[in-house]
Design a protein around this ligand. Sequence first.
Ligand code: ADP
Length: 240
Amino acid sequence: MSDAPMIQVEELSKTFGDGFKALVDVDLTIQRGEIFALLGPNGAGKTTLISVICGLVNASRGRVLVDGHDIVRDYRAARSLIGLVPQELTNEAFTTVWDTVSFSRGLFGQPKDPAHIEKVLRSLTLWDKRNSRLLELSGGMKRRVLIAKALSHEPQVLFLDEPTAGVDVELRREMWEVVRGLRDQGVTIILTTHYIEEAEEMADRIGVIRRGEIVLVENTHKLMRKLGSKELTLHLQEPL
Ligand code: ADP
């Protein structure tokens, strides 16, 4: 295993075509094995930052290294280490759970490995549902299928974009358990959220992003001791 940090972001900026600065000089290092929560109000730049780190959107300046591999210059090697869990399933309603997850592995050019797919489905308690079509699944199961897809090619770091946006409290707690379980299996986790309690409950460290700038990064316990939920809430209010 290499000594490089799992993710290293250096002086990253993103200006969109209309001149809007979505990311401004972001520096961030994520260590192997941690759960890192990126907390910020809507429009702060969370999804843009994840998209640039994962190589889906090009940066205007700066660079991203994934286990030492540059996401632009060494895209295949870097991307193969990353699993990305989007917010919603796309139109795969009639496909079975098994086919959805094994097809996803194929997209990464990995040889078929039914034993790995079985392991992923079992770890997400989806094994009994492997022959179900996605449209037959509950909301919680659909979210677990998204995670299973992202784990199909055996990534080392998993990005979850607002994993519990719009779900009820019970399902939110279920997702937290799933994510903790993955970390215990050795996967590094980076999640975005605008729920303070989610960041507090899950993360080893919290980074707060506002208007494209990381305004603080701190160990979760230290941050809660220093600021408390109330003051942190102020950071999450939408900028005027
Ligand atoms: P968050 O995930 O924190 O809600 P986003 O990263 O989605 O924030 O968006 C950050 C800002 O960048 C928003 O103001 C959004 O309108 C803007 N933005 C996102 N994508 C584009 C784009 N393709 N062109 C122009 N502006 C964009």
